[in-house]
Design a protein around this ligand. Structure first.
Ligand code: NAP
Length: 451
């Protein structure tokens, strides 16, 4: 059985690993010349341990049944019908490439950005390396209470010493070095008991070299509904978050040069400024019970805070590929346990999904393992039951198609050449790597390696 996997992130690699163990031949395709998806382009540079998961993926890549074709855009260079014609089955695991919008006035003013763009920029994603973020800002607002909001806030206050040892992209390192950021506000629309971030991430905010963390005591205090909910249903993550935030509220401030302030029960209602961001208007919320869930409700009380830069970090969102079903409301490809379904709810033979484009942008890297294995098992079951359509083209035809449409595609050996160049550049600086950040640099480093 020959399977194509579109998207070389964790979900794609976990699915590939399972399928190869079951005897399949697997080609993993990616838009980027490099593999590993958000492990390379999303995980914060100061979290190298999280990135060590690539060792598992390297083992999969070393299997004889595995091939990587990077720098290949499915949907433009090759469309889903063409892929279907060359493989027994295709798994789409291309994640969630864009962000959710707040839908408030001023959201598109210069100085207001999706956090996802900023993350891609500091991680050296080639399509974002040229973006500009004005870090002459002194006060920054980060909207949202997820781990991405925490990553962005932390990156904005890391000391030079903390940053210099990482694989942050060189252009971002220069930007952070020149940064004048003094205060970062993390703004949550609900309270401390509903925050989506996880314990290690919020604890880490209290352990930074050159930054204080501050929570107003009135913000750390739970409203009666949240208190009752936490006592009755709260899991460890929520309880420890609440304890940590209460401890921050009790901390005396130090003379650190920078500060992170967590504010709760506040929804942005507008971003103001004459030609660029100058302030953000927040409405105070209260927590109410709605449809069995604790929800924010505006009180009408507003406050305008001067800020120079705004990052909205309210979730990623999947993007459709022409020729595949798409649930626009949820930003996912509709599926049942990984089997893609059409508008009538019928399974589309030979087409599967895994990861964020299957379940939405939630969970940590490890969450993708079970998710991808569920999909791979469904695919194997369909293969064994004879439910996969027979491909019309063979491997030679596929290689001809790739050579014609994507002559600059990068194989896994090509990626290993890139990896070597990056690591060698990082070594004298005591950094894990210095990332190559343009497609030309990346394909150049990969070139000359056997295809
Ligand atoms: P997330 O965890 O889903 O958090 C989104 C946040 O945005 C929530 O606090 C949500 O509040 C808020 N929000 C949504 N709509 C809003 C609006 N209109 N106005 C104000 N706030 C709004 O998303 P994420 O931070 O993008 O993270 C994505 C996934 O990656 C998560 O599973 C995360 O844990 C994971 N991740 C993990 C790490 C790590 O392990 N270190 C690092 C980065 C990301 P409500 O709860 O009120 O909706």
């Amino acid at each position: 059985m020959r399977v194509a996997i579109v998207g070389a992130g964790p979900a794609g690699f976990y699915a590939a690993g399972h399928l190869i163990k079951a005897g399949a031949q697997v080609d993993v395709l990616d838009l980027l010349p490099t593999p590993f998806g958000l492990v390379r382009a999303g995980v914060a540079p100061d979290h190298p341990k999280i990135k060590s998961v690539t060792r598992v993926f390297d083992k999969t890549a070393a299997e004889p049944g595995f091939r990587f074709f990077g720098n290949v855009e499915v949907g433009t260079a090759i469309n889903p019908d063409e892929l279907a014609a060359h493989y027994d089955a295709v798994i789409y695991s291309f994640g969630a490439a864009t962000d959710r919008r707040m839908g408030i006035p001023g959201e598109d003013l210069p100085g207001s950005h999706p956090a996802t763009d900023f993350v891609a920029w500091y991680n050296g994603h080639p399509d974002y390396a040229g973006h500009e973020f004005d870090l002459s800002a002194e006060r920054v607002a980060v909207i949202g209470n997820g781990n991405v909001a925490i990553d962005v806030a932390r990156m904005l206050v890391l000391s030079d010493k903390e940053l210099a040892a990482t694989d942050v992209a060189d252009h971002a390192l220069a930007g952070f070095r020149a940064s004048r950021v003094r205060e970062v506000l993390i703004i949550g629309r609900r309270g401390p008991a509903q925050a989506a971030f996880t314990n290690p991430e919020v604890l880490e905010l209290g352990e930074l070299d050159g930054a204080d963390v501050h929570v107003d005591p009135s913000d750390a205090e739970l409203d009666p509904l949240s208190r009752a909910w936490l006592d009755e249903h709260g899991d460890k993550t929520r309880r420890v978050n609440v304890q940590t935030l209460a401890a921050y509220a009790a901390r005396p401030s130090t003379d650190a040069a920078r500060r992170i302030r967590l504010r709760f029960l506040s929804s942005p209602v507008a971003i103001h400024g004459d030609g660029r961001v100058e302030s953000i208007e927040l409405e105070r919320n209260e927590i109410v019970e709605r449809d069995g869930r604790l929800a924010p409700r505006g009180t009408g009380e507003t406050e305008t805070i001067p800020v120079d830069l705004v990052f909205r970090s309210i979730g990623y969102r999947g993007v459709a590929i022409a020729g595949l079903p798409f649930d626009d409301a949820r930003g996912v490809i509709p599926n049942e346990g990984g089997r893609v379904i059409d508008a009538e709810g019928a399974a589309v033979p030979g087409v599967y999904v895994a990861g964020w484009i299957k379940r939405g942008p939630s969970g940590v890297i490890g969450t993708n393992k079970q998710d991808a294995i569920q999909t791979a098992k469904a695919l194997i079951e369909d293969h064994e039951a004879g439910r996969l359509p027979a491909p019309s083209g063979d491997d030679d035809a596929l290689l001809d198609l790739l050579a014609a449409r994507c002559p600059d595609h990068v194989t896994f050996a090509g990626w290993q050449a890139i990896d070597e160049v990056e690591r060698a550049a990082g070594e004298p600086q005591g950094r894990p790597r210095v990332k190559l950040v343009t497609r030309d640099e990346l394909t150049g480093a990969a070139r000359g390696v056997a295809r």
